[in-house]
Structure formats: structure tokens, C-alpha cells
Design a protein around this ligand. Sequence first.
Ligand SMILES: Nc1ncnc2c1ncn2[C@@H]1O[C@H](COP(=O)(O)OP(=O)(O)O)[C@@H](O)[C@H]1O
Ligand SMILES: [Mg+2]
Length: 236
Amino acid sequence: MSPRRRVQSSPTTAKHVPEVTSEELGKFLARELHDTVAQTLATMLLELESFRIEQHGRLGALRQIDLLEQSTRKALADLRALLVELRLRRQHEEDVISLIRRGMLERKGRGTSVEFELQVAREWPERMSAKTAIELHLIVSEAIDNAVHHGGARKVQVAMCLEPGSDMAVVTITDDGTGIDARHSADRPGFGIVGMQERAGLLGGQVSLAAAPGGRGTRVQVTVPAPAVGAPKPGG
Ligand SMILES: Nc1ncnc2c1ncn2[C@@H]1O[C@H](COP(=O)(O)OP(=O)(O)O)[C@@H](O)[C@H]1O
Ligand SMILES: [Mg+2]
């Protein structure tokens, strides 16, 4: 069965909002705040300075000016610290491939004789959001545990690719175990399968379970949107 495109309904408002990464948003806010609020505060400080000179000898007014100047300086310092933070902000990313590979190595390290295989398609995005990566990793991890513990699998294959021409990630976990009892799991899915479905659902995707091709074992297929993040844009 080839992966099929699934049409997800999404809130109408979300459709028209251009995708911006947290890094891009941070830089935008830093630029805007610098050119507007920070400039105004700096100008206010200069104006206060000349006002102070005009108030020479008027102690009450000078005290008021000192207070105004202190609070303006504080606002400017806070804002500058915020600008630095916004500038340094990065879209938090995780490398899902490393997470999955590490999971396999850890299982090997605990002495399992199960063979693991990881196939990653060329077009798999180099960087994706931490949320997507971590949820995908946890779904794969549960599918591997099920294959080993329920299916008694000797081999588990994980294949990761993108649907042609889209940013839908398709992760397929195939085992050679006893196979899942479709009726049993449809009637009474355990928390593991429900959790996998919820995780995929949170990302706007889904999970399907079926008999593996070839008549033995189980195949779990996860389809989630996985737009690459932070890729350098042409010209900018
Ligand atoms: N890969 C698999 N091979 C065989 N049976 C499976 C597999 N995955 C799930 N199952 C069956 O589906 C049931 C529900 O799995 P799951 O929701 O993960 O709950 P749990 O692992 O807590 O039992 C399992 O108890 C098992 O009977
Ligand atoms: Mg389970």
C-alpha cells in the first residue's frame, strides 16, 4: 500500500496565517522594537537632559527629572536585554533521526537480540521542529516496544520518507512478529496505541495499524505534517 495523502480539516483562521518560525518572529520583533520604542526612549533621555539644564537651581523639578531619567534608563535597559534575547532566539529543533537511532542503540545496549533497521529517504528534512521530532520519536518508540513485547518480533524496520511533493512525513514501522489482532486492537486499543494516535493527532496527522505486507507481522504507519524549519531562504 502506498502512502496516501490525507486531507485534514484545519481551523479557517490558520489557513491564511503565513508560517513564521520562532527565529524569524524573534528577529522581526527585535528590529521593530529597536526602531520604534528603543529610539523613542533614547530621544526622551536626551530631552530630559536638556530640560534638566533649563531647570538649574529648581530643586523640586530637578528631583522629578532624576526620577524620570532613572525610569527611562531602566525601560531602555530592559528593552535592550529583550532585544538581545530575541536576536539570539532560535527555533528549537531536534534531530528525529538521532533520537530514533539512539533508541535502537539503547535497546541493543540492554541486550536484546532483535535486529533494528533504519531507512531514511534522501528528501527527509534536515531540521524539523522539536515538537514534531519528539512526538515522532515517541510514536516510533512505542511501536518498537509493541513489536518486541507483544509481537515477539526478531526484526523491526523503521522507514522514514516524505510523501512525494509534500511536507507530509511518513514513518513506517514494520515488524516480523505474530501480527496484531485487528479486531482485538480496534475494539480495545491499549493506551500505547491510543497515545500514538493522540500524538499524531496533535501534529495534525494520524496513525494506522495493519498486517505487514507478506502475511507476517504488523505495520504501523504514521503520517504527520513535518515542514522543515530554519532552512536558509534564497536571497535572505
Ligand atoms: N506490533 C504488534 N504486534 C502484535 N501485537 C500488537 C502489536 N502492537 C500492538 N499489539 C496488540 O495491541 C494491544 C494494545 O497495544 P498498546 O495500545 O500499545 O497497549 P499495551 O502495549 O499497553 O498493551 C497489545 O496488547 C497487543 O495485543
Ligand atoms: Mg504498548
